[in-house]
Design a protein around this ligand. Structure first.
Ligand code: NAI
Length: 349
């Protein structure tokens, strides 16, 4: 079978993991080119993994017609422009979340994706490929909890990742707490509740790390969302979790509820000692979602080989960005935001 030749842009915290998966763990796939603004990262990938092509300029990578697909793991502020350019050059495209940081740019991407409908396009909402989240979806569809009425999400990064985050955030590429971290939960809510948002109120603060307030962002924040089908969402996100990486989701239905990741266990081991019984917690996104990152990329490659589109669509990217942006707007203004009549949304349609 033909191998799909992929070029990746971004070799940072997550890009490196994706690159290793593409190079060594995905069948019918070859990592053929790497691109980063860091010459060091490019040279290291070429040398250590034997990648034939390396670039420090994205546009130059797009001139390589040996490639079939472009994989975008650059900072979020670059996604839209890089997606549009890659589609225009005829490549299949995978982009990390969020699709973009502004409503008008994601609407432009949607138009580009629709114009290039024979090219595969996928957004990296990897939780939709995590076994536990998939299982929960299946249980809901089987009626195990009746009709879902409320989703409660916790998304916390470990406090010990703060230095790396500040580096990322200072460059102003993250979009803030809700578009950067909350976006996964906002997408999951749409998936599980089967509805778009109606209105949102978001609050937050910088409690232990006041320097985050200087970036006009929240270290810890919460959003309350009413969905169009009268269901509800409570989203809590933060960067300062003492015990590790805590991603927890609860879906409450008319006949029961289910929870995913209530204790973010590292593994099956419990250590019994003078401190009591200790379950260590997962330390970061790669450890927790290793399987999901692999499965989503397998799906991308299979979509290319079988000429079909993935279930996660550009609309999922667009709608979650609209909702994430509304959360950000609400946090910044202190106002309740009606999502449909949000000025950026109206401008874009
Ligand atoms: P990072 O800052 O660690 O790495 C960014 C990489 O992109 C670096 O290799 C940097 O040199 C390169 N880069 C920066 N500007 C560039 C440009 N103009 N052209 C080419 N390369 C450029 O960032 P991180 O944490 O790896 O995040 C990358 C993306 O992945 C972000 O959009 C983020 O939201 C997303 N992400 C998704 C996660 C998930 O769970 N799905 C988890 C972590 C990040």
């Amino acid at each position: 079978m033909k191998k799909v030749r992929v070029g990746i842009v971004g070799l940072g915290r997550l890009g490196r993991q994706h690159a290793e998966n593409l190079a060594f763990r995905i069948r019918h796939c070859e990592l053929h080119a790497v691109c980063s603004v860091s010459d060091e990262e490019v040279e290291e990938a070429k040398r250590e993994w034997g990648i034939p092509y390396g670039y420090t300029n994205y546009d130059e990578m797009l001139e390589n017609k040996e490639l079939d697909a472009i994989f975008i793991a650059s900072p979020s502020g670059f996604h839209c422009e890089q997606i549009e350019k890659a589609l225009e050059q005829g490549f299949h495209v995978f982009t990390e979340k969020p699709l973009g940081l502004y409503v008008d740019e994601v609407i432009r991407v949607k138009e580009a994706v629709e114009k290039h409908s024979s090219q595969v396009f996928m957004v990296g909402f990897m939780r939709r490929y995590d076994k536990s989240y998939v299982y929960a979806k299946q249980k809901i569809e089987e009626g195990a909890i009746g009709e879902p009425v409320l989703i409660r999400c916790y998304g916390f990064d470990p406090a010990k990742a703060m230095a790396g985050f500040m580096n990322f955030a200072k460059k102003n590429y993250s979009g803030g707490l809700f578009l950067d971290m909350g976006i996964h939960d906002l997408d999951l809510a749409r998936w599980y509740l089967q509805s778009e948002a109606d209105s949102v109120w978001a609050i937050g603060g910088a409690y232990d790390y006041p320097e985050i307030a200087d970036l006009n962002d929240a270290e810890t924040g919460a959003a309350l969302v009413k969905f169009q089908n009268n269901t509800m969402g409570i989203f809590v996100a933060g960067r300062n979790c003492a015990h590790g990486y805590h991603i927890e989701t609860e879906i409450i239905g008319t006949k029961g509820s289910l929870r995913i990741g209530t204790v973010p266990e590292k593994n099956m081991v419990t250590v019994f000692g003078e401190q009591g019984a200790i379950k260590e917690c997962s330390e970061g996104f790669i450890e927790r979602f290793e399987q999901a990152y692999l499965t989503e990329v397998e799906e991308f490659i299979q979509c290319i080989l079988n000429q079909r589109q993935p279930k996660v669509t550009v609309d999922d990217g667009v709608q979650s960005t609209i909702l994430g942006y509304a959360c950000k707007e609400s946090f910044e203004t202190g106002q309740l935001i009606k999502v449909e009549s949000h000025p950026a949304y109206v401008k874009a349609t």
